[in-house]
Design a protein. Structure first.
Lengths: 170, 220
Protein backbone atom coordinates (compact mmCIF):
# COMPACT_ATOMS: atom_id res chain seq x y z
CA UNK A 1 0.00 0.00 0.00
CA UNK A 2 1.21 3.51 -0.83
CA UNK A 3 0.12 5.93 1.90
CA UNK A 4 -1.17 9.45 1.48
CA UNK A 5 1.59 10.88 3.65
CA UNK A 6 4.85 9.65 2.13
CA UNK A 7 6.83 10.75 5.20
CA UNK A 8 5.00 8.18 7.32
CA UNK A 9 6.07 5.43 4.99
CA UNK A 10 9.74 6.30 4.56
CA UNK A 11 11.88 4.57 7.17
CA UNK A 12 15.31 4.41 5.54
CA UNK A 13 18.15 6.88 5.70
CA UNK A 14 18.75 6.93 1.95
CA UNK A 15 16.57 6.08 -1.04
CA UNK A 16 18.31 2.75 -1.55
CA UNK A 17 18.01 1.76 2.10
CA UNK A 18 14.32 2.57 2.22
CA UNK A 19 13.52 0.49 -0.86
CA UNK A 20 15.50 -2.42 0.64
CA UNK A 21 13.33 -2.40 3.78
CA UNK A 22 10.46 -4.37 2.24
CA UNK A 23 12.61 -7.14 0.65
CA UNK A 24 14.58 -7.46 3.93
CA UNK A 25 11.29 -8.20 5.71
CA UNK A 26 10.65 -10.98 3.19
CA UNK A 27 13.86 -12.68 4.39
CA UNK A 28 15.47 -12.60 0.94
CA UNK A 29 19.18 -13.07 0.37
CA UNK A 30 21.46 -10.05 0.14
CA UNK A 31 21.91 -10.58 -3.62
CA UNK A 32 18.17 -10.85 -4.25
CA UNK A 33 17.53 -7.71 -2.19
CA UNK A 34 20.17 -5.78 -4.14
CA UNK A 35 18.69 -6.98 -7.44
CA UNK A 36 15.17 -5.93 -6.46
CA UNK A 37 16.33 -2.55 -5.19
CA UNK A 38 18.22 -1.85 -8.43
CA UNK A 39 15.17 -2.87 -10.44
CA UNK A 40 12.77 -0.71 -8.39
CA UNK A 41 15.15 2.26 -8.69
CA UNK A 42 15.20 1.79 -12.46
CA UNK A 43 11.44 1.40 -12.83
CA UNK A 44 10.67 4.52 -10.79
CA UNK A 45 13.51 6.61 -12.24
CA UNK A 46 15.30 7.00 -8.91
CA UNK A 47 18.74 5.72 -9.88
CA UNK A 48 20.30 9.18 -9.89
CA UNK A 49 19.17 9.78 -6.30
CA UNK A 50 19.73 6.29 -4.91
CA UNK A 51 22.15 7.55 -2.22
CA UNK A 52 20.32 10.78 -1.47
CA UNK A 53 19.09 11.21 2.15
CA UNK A 54 15.32 10.77 2.23
CA UNK A 55 14.74 14.03 4.11
CA UNK A 56 16.18 15.94 1.12
CA UNK A 57 13.74 14.46 -1.41
CA UNK A 58 11.00 16.56 -2.99
CA UNK A 59 7.32 15.66 -2.59
CA UNK A 60 7.22 13.90 -5.95
CA UNK A 61 10.45 12.02 -5.26
CA UNK A 62 9.13 10.87 -1.89
CA UNK A 63 5.94 9.62 -3.54
CA UNK A 64 7.95 7.74 -6.16
CA UNK A 65 10.14 6.34 -3.41
CA UNK A 66 7.04 5.10 -1.55
CA UNK A 67 5.91 3.33 -4.72
CA UNK A 68 9.38 1.89 -5.31
CA UNK A 69 9.50 0.61 -1.74
CA UNK A 70 6.28 -1.30 -2.27
CA UNK A 71 7.22 -2.40 -5.79
CA UNK A 72 10.43 -4.02 -4.57
CA UNK A 73 8.24 -6.56 -2.75
CA UNK A 74 6.84 -7.62 -6.15
CA UNK A 75 3.17 -7.35 -5.23
CA UNK A 76 0.45 -8.29 -7.69
CA UNK A 77 -1.83 -5.56 -6.35
CA UNK A 78 -0.84 -2.09 -5.19
CA UNK A 79 -3.14 0.13 -3.14
CA UNK A 80 -2.79 3.91 -3.41
CA UNK A 81 -4.30 6.23 -0.81
CA UNK A 82 -4.72 9.73 -2.29
CA UNK A 83 -1.50 9.42 -4.30
CA UNK A 84 -1.60 12.97 -5.68
CA UNK A 85 -2.00 14.90 -2.44
CA UNK A 86 0.59 17.64 -1.79
CA UNK A 87 2.06 17.29 -5.27
CA UNK A 88 2.52 20.03 -7.85
CA UNK A 89 1.49 19.61 -11.47
CA UNK A 90 4.77 18.07 -12.73
CA UNK A 91 4.79 15.79 -9.68
CA UNK A 92 1.23 14.65 -10.37
CA UNK A 93 1.98 13.89 -14.01
CA UNK A 94 5.13 12.01 -13.02
CA UNK A 95 3.34 9.80 -10.49
CA UNK A 96 0.39 9.24 -12.84
CA UNK A 97 2.73 8.21 -15.65
CA UNK A 98 4.37 5.62 -13.40
CA UNK A 99 1.01 4.33 -12.25
CA UNK A 100 -0.18 3.90 -15.83
CA UNK A 101 3.11 2.13 -16.69
CA UNK A 102 2.69 -0.25 -13.75
CA UNK A 103 -0.85 -1.01 -14.83
CA UNK A 104 0.40 -1.64 -18.34
CA UNK A 105 2.92 -4.15 -16.98
CA UNK A 106 0.21 -6.22 -15.39
CA UNK A 107 -0.08 -4.87 -11.85
CA UNK A 108 -3.54 -4.33 -10.41
CA UNK A 109 -3.85 -0.85 -8.95
CA UNK A 110 -6.54 0.19 -6.48
CA UNK A 111 -6.60 3.97 -6.05
CA UNK A 112 -8.65 5.83 -3.44
CA UNK A 113 -9.10 9.48 -4.26
CA UNK A 114 -11.56 12.34 -4.04
CA UNK A 115 -10.02 13.90 -7.11
CA UNK A 116 -11.21 11.57 -9.88
CA UNK A 117 -10.17 14.09 -12.55
CA UNK A 118 -6.60 12.83 -12.57
CA UNK A 119 -7.19 9.10 -12.90
CA UNK A 120 -10.60 8.55 -14.46
CA UNK A 121 -9.24 8.54 -18.01
CA UNK A 122 -7.11 5.48 -17.15
CA UNK A 123 -9.25 3.31 -14.89
CA UNK A 124 -11.20 0.19 -15.84
CA UNK A 125 -13.65 0.27 -12.95
CA UNK A 126 -14.70 2.67 -10.22
CA UNK A 127 -16.42 2.02 -6.91
CA UNK A 128 -18.13 4.85 -5.06
CA UNK A 129 -17.91 4.59 -1.26
CA UNK A 130 -20.31 6.69 0.80
CA UNK A 131 -21.03 6.35 4.51
CA UNK A 132 -18.88 3.25 4.70
CA UNK A 133 -20.80 1.43 1.95
CA UNK A 134 -20.15 0.80 -1.70
CA UNK A 135 -22.97 2.69 -3.40
CA UNK A 136 -22.02 1.96 -6.98
CA UNK A 137 -19.38 -0.02 -8.85
CA UNK A 138 -18.67 -0.55 -12.50
CA UNK A 139 -17.19 1.06 -15.62
CA UNK A 140 -16.47 4.78 -15.00
CA UNK A 141 -18.61 6.03 -17.90
CA UNK A 142 -21.72 4.48 -16.26
CA UNK A 143 -21.30 6.43 -13.05
CA UNK A 144 -19.79 9.80 -13.88
CA UNK A 145 -23.18 11.47 -13.67
CA UNK A 146 -23.76 9.89 -10.22
CA UNK A 147 -20.63 11.36 -8.67
CA UNK A 148 -22.08 14.71 -7.45
CA UNK A 149 -24.75 12.84 -5.50
CA UNK A 150 -21.99 11.41 -3.32
CA UNK A 151 -20.00 14.62 -2.91
CA UNK A 152 -17.46 13.86 -5.63
CA UNK A 153 -16.77 16.42 -8.35
CA UNK A 154 -17.04 14.93 -11.83
CA UNK A 155 -14.10 15.45 -14.19
CA UNK A 156 -14.06 18.68 -16.20
CA UNK A 157 -14.55 16.95 -19.54
CA UNK A 158 -17.81 15.45 -18.26
CA UNK A 159 -19.06 18.81 -16.96
CA UNK A 160 -18.21 20.49 -20.27
CA UNK A 161 -19.58 17.68 -22.41
CA UNK A 162 -16.26 17.03 -24.07
CA UNK A 163 -14.21 13.93 -24.94
CA UNK A 164 -12.43 12.03 -22.17
CA UNK A 165 -9.11 13.74 -21.45
CA UNK A 166 -6.02 12.40 -19.67
CA UNK A 167 -3.69 14.48 -17.53
CA UNK A 168 -0.84 12.89 -19.47
CA UNK A 169 -1.96 14.45 -22.73
CA UNK A 170 -0.48 17.88 -23.45
CA UNK B 1 41.17 4.18 24.75
CA UNK B 2 40.52 7.89 24.66
CA UNK B 3 37.79 7.57 27.29
CA UNK B 4 40.11 5.93 29.79
CA UNK B 5 42.71 8.69 29.38
CA UNK B 6 40.11 11.25 30.46
CA UNK B 7 40.35 9.80 33.96
CA UNK B 8 43.95 10.94 34.12
CA UNK B 9 44.89 14.31 35.57
CA UNK B 10 48.32 14.80 34.03
CA UNK B 11 48.64 17.52 31.41
CA UNK B 12 50.64 15.18 29.17
CA UNK B 13 47.55 12.99 28.65
CA UNK B 14 45.50 16.04 27.68
CA UNK B 15 48.16 17.03 25.18
CA UNK B 16 48.14 13.50 23.75
CA UNK B 17 44.34 13.51 23.50
CA UNK B 18 44.36 16.91 21.85
CA UNK B 19 46.88 15.67 19.29
CA UNK B 20 44.75 12.56 18.58
CA UNK B 21 41.65 14.76 18.22
CA UNK B 22 43.44 17.05 15.79
CA UNK B 23 44.60 14.06 13.77
CA UNK B 24 41.09 12.62 13.65
CA UNK B 25 39.65 15.98 12.60
CA UNK B 26 42.11 16.14 9.72
CA UNK B 27 41.43 12.52 8.70
CA UNK B 28 37.67 12.99 8.84
CA UNK B 29 37.85 16.01 6.49
CA UNK B 30 35.02 17.52 8.47
CA UNK B 31 34.69 21.21 7.58
CA UNK B 32 35.98 23.25 10.53
CA UNK B 33 33.05 25.64 10.20
CA UNK B 34 30.61 22.81 10.78
CA UNK B 35 32.61 21.51 13.73
CA UNK B 36 32.73 24.97 15.33
CA UNK B 37 29.04 25.52 14.67
CA UNK B 38 28.18 22.35 16.62
CA UNK B 39 30.73 23.15 19.34
CA UNK B 40 29.74 26.80 19.79
CA UNK B 41 26.88 26.35 22.31
CA UNK B 42 29.06 24.07 24.44
CA UNK B 43 31.84 26.64 24.33
CA UNK B 44 29.60 29.17 26.09
CA UNK B 45 28.80 26.67 28.84
CA UNK B 46 32.48 25.80 29.25
CA UNK B 47 33.39 29.48 29.55
CA UNK B 48 30.82 29.94 32.33
CA UNK B 49 32.26 26.89 34.11
CA UNK B 50 35.74 28.33 33.77
CA UNK B 51 34.63 31.61 35.33
CA UNK B 52 33.04 29.79 38.27
CA UNK B 53 36.22 27.83 38.96
CA UNK B 54 38.46 30.87 38.51
CA UNK B 55 36.43 33.13 40.80
CA UNK B 56 35.38 30.70 43.53
CA UNK B 57 38.40 28.47 43.99
CA UNK B 58 40.38 29.67 47.05
CA UNK B 59 44.04 30.54 46.61
CA UNK B 60 46.51 33.39 46.11
CA UNK B 61 45.45 36.22 43.84
CA UNK B 62 47.34 36.87 40.62
CA UNK B 63 50.40 39.04 41.29
CA UNK B 64 49.96 40.88 37.97
CA UNK B 65 46.30 41.68 38.67
CA UNK B 66 45.84 41.76 42.44
CA UNK B 67 42.57 43.73 42.17
CA UNK B 68 40.90 40.86 40.22
CA UNK B 69 39.27 38.31 42.58
CA UNK B 70 40.74 35.34 40.68
CA UNK B 71 43.15 32.89 42.28
CA UNK B 72 46.03 31.34 40.38
CA UNK B 73 44.92 27.91 41.62
CA UNK B 74 41.41 28.64 40.33
CA UNK B 75 42.79 29.61 36.93
CA UNK B 76 44.78 26.39 36.72
CA UNK B 77 41.91 24.13 37.87
CA UNK B 78 39.44 25.94 35.62
CA UNK B 79 41.72 25.59 32.63
CA UNK B 80 42.27 21.87 33.18
CA UNK B 81 38.57 21.24 33.80
CA UNK B 82 37.39 22.96 30.64
CA UNK B 83 40.23 21.40 28.65
CA UNK B 84 39.03 17.95 29.71
CA UNK B 85 35.37 18.80 29.07
CA UNK B 86 36.20 20.46 25.73
CA UNK B 87 37.99 17.31 24.63
CA UNK B 88 35.03 15.12 25.64
CA UNK B 89 32.57 17.40 23.82
CA UNK B 90 34.83 17.65 20.76
CA UNK B 91 35.08 13.88 20.46
CA UNK B 92 31.29 13.60 20.80
CA UNK B 93 30.72 16.28 18.16
CA UNK B 94 33.19 14.61 15.81
CA UNK B 95 31.65 11.18 16.37
CA UNK B 96 28.10 12.33 15.63
CA UNK B 97 29.20 14.39 12.64
CA UNK B 98 31.01 11.58 10.85
CA UNK B 99 28.95 8.55 11.86
CA UNK B 100 25.92 7.74 9.76
CA UNK B 101 22.76 6.76 11.66
CA UNK B 102 22.79 3.47 9.76
CA UNK B 103 26.26 2.65 11.11
CA UNK B 104 25.10 3.49 14.65
CA UNK B 105 22.13 1.20 14.23
CA UNK B 106 24.22 -1.64 12.79
CA UNK B 107 26.71 -1.28 15.67
CA UNK B 108 23.89 -1.47 18.19
CA UNK B 109 22.45 -4.58 16.53
CA UNK B 110 25.91 -6.17 16.51
CA UNK B 111 26.36 -5.48 20.23
CA UNK B 112 22.95 -7.01 20.98
CA UNK B 113 23.69 -10.19 19.02
CA UNK B 114 24.96 -12.20 22.02
CA UNK B 115 21.62 -11.61 23.78
CA UNK B 116 19.06 -13.84 22.03
CA UNK B 117 16.17 -12.68 24.22
CA UNK B 118 16.53 -9.08 23.01
CA UNK B 119 14.67 -8.12 19.78
CA UNK B 120 17.70 -6.77 17.92
CA UNK B 121 15.86 -5.84 14.75
CA UNK B 122 13.11 -4.02 16.62
CA UNK B 123 15.59 -2.07 18.73
CA UNK B 124 17.63 -1.19 15.64
CA UNK B 125 14.46 -0.06 13.83
CA UNK B 126 13.40 2.02 16.86
CA UNK B 127 16.75 3.79 16.83
CA UNK B 128 16.45 4.49 13.07
CA UNK B 129 12.91 5.76 13.38
CA UNK B 130 13.76 7.95 16.39
CA UNK B 131 16.55 9.62 14.45
CA UNK B 132 14.41 9.93 11.33
CA UNK B 133 11.30 11.31 12.98
CA UNK B 134 13.01 13.61 15.47
CA UNK B 135 13.60 16.14 12.70
CA UNK B 136 10.02 15.71 11.47
CA UNK B 137 8.67 16.45 14.96
CA UNK B 138 10.82 19.58 15.09
CA UNK B 139 9.36 20.65 11.73
CA UNK B 140 5.85 20.06 13.07
CA UNK B 141 6.66 22.10 16.18
CA UNK B 142 7.80 24.96 13.96
CA UNK B 143 4.56 24.72 11.94
CA UNK B 144 2.49 24.88 15.14
CA UNK B 145 4.50 27.86 16.35
CA UNK B 146 3.94 29.70 13.05
CA UNK B 147 0.24 28.86 13.16
CA UNK B 148 0.05 30.41 16.64
CA UNK B 149 1.95 33.43 15.47
CA UNK B 150 -0.40 33.89 12.51
CA UNK B 151 -3.22 34.23 15.03
CA UNK B 152 -1.26 36.51 17.37
CA UNK B 153 -0.60 33.65 19.76
CA UNK B 154 2.70 35.23 20.82
CA UNK B 155 0.81 37.98 22.58
CA UNK B 156 -0.28 35.46 25.18
CA UNK B 157 2.28 35.80 27.97
CA UNK B 158 1.12 32.95 30.17
CA UNK B 159 3.89 30.33 29.75
CA UNK B 160 1.74 27.41 30.90
CA UNK B 161 -1.03 28.21 28.44
CA UNK B 162 1.53 28.71 25.67
CA UNK B 163 3.14 25.37 26.48
CA UNK B 164 -0.24 23.62 26.50
CA UNK B 165 -1.29 25.16 23.19
CA UNK B 166 2.03 24.09 21.63
CA UNK B 167 2.31 20.65 23.19
CA UNK B 168 -1.21 19.35 22.49
CA UNK B 169 -1.17 19.74 18.69
CA UNK B 170 2.37 18.35 18.46
CA UNK B 171 1.44 15.38 20.62
CA UNK B 172 -1.72 14.70 18.66
CA UNK B 173 0.10 14.86 15.32
CA UNK B 174 2.93 12.68 16.62
CA UNK B 175 0.52 10.00 17.89
CA UNK B 176 -1.37 10.09 14.60
CA UNK B 177 1.91 9.70 12.74
CA UNK B 178 2.89 6.79 15.00
CA UNK B 179 -0.29 5.03 13.95
CA UNK B 180 0.46 5.65 10.26
CA UNK B 181 4.03 4.45 10.62
CA UNK B 182 2.76 1.27 12.31
CA UNK B 183 0.44 0.59 9.38
CA UNK B 184 3.22 1.42 6.91
CA UNK B 185 5.56 -1.06 8.60
CA UNK B 186 2.87 -3.73 8.52
CA UNK B 187 2.13 -2.94 4.85
CA UNK B 188 5.78 -3.66 4.06
CA UNK B 189 5.68 -6.95 5.91
CA UNK B 190 7.80 -5.96 8.91
CA UNK B 191 8.57 -8.88 11.23
CA UNK B 192 10.65 -9.00 14.39
CA UNK B 193 11.88 -12.50 13.70
CA UNK B 194 13.67 -11.63 10.46
CA UNK B 195 17.39 -11.75 11.14
CA UNK B 196 19.03 -8.36 10.54
CA UNK B 197 21.64 -8.41 7.80
CA UNK B 198 24.75 -6.59 8.89
CA UNK B 199 27.28 -5.38 6.31
CA UNK B 200 30.63 -7.17 6.05
CA UNK B 201 33.35 -5.54 8.14
CA UNK B 202 35.97 -3.91 5.90
CA UNK B 203 39.58 -4.77 6.73
CA UNK B 204 40.46 -1.07 7.04
CA UNK B 205 38.01 -0.82 9.94
CA UNK B 206 40.20 -3.22 11.93
CA UNK B 207 43.17 -0.84 11.84
CA UNK B 208 42.00 1.21 14.87
CA UNK B 209 41.59 -2.04 16.80
CA UNK B 210 45.16 -3.03 15.98
CA UNK B 211 46.38 0.41 17.08
CA UNK B 212 44.44 0.06 20.33
CA UNK B 213 45.98 -3.37 21.01
CA UNK B 214 49.41 -1.91 20.31
CA UNK B 215 48.66 0.89 22.76
CA UNK B 216 47.68 -1.61 25.46
CA UNK B 217 50.83 -3.64 24.86
CA UNK B 218 52.94 -0.48 25.03
CA UNK B 219 51.31 0.47 28.36
CA UNK B 220 51.86 -3.01 29.75
Amino acid sequence: MVFQDADSQIVGETTREDIAFGPENLGLSREEISERVDWALRVMGLEAISEKPCYLLSGGEKRRLSIAGVLAMKPKTILFDEPFSHLDYPGIRDVLKHMVDLHGKGHTLVVTTHDVEKVIAHVDRIAILHGGEIKAAGPPDDFISELPRFGVRPPCYALLGKEKASWLNE
Amino acid sequence: MVTTTFLETKTSWFILNSAILLGLLILSRLPMRRFLRDFWTWAILLFILFLFQAFFTPGHRLSALPWLPISDHGLLMGSLTIWRLALIVSYAVLFTAVTRPRELRDSLIWFLKPFPFLPQRRIGLMVSLSLRFFSLILDQAEEVRLAHRARLGEQNKNPFRKAKLMALPILRRSLSQVEEVTFALAARGYRDDTLPQLPQLAFSNLIPLVIFLGFLIALW
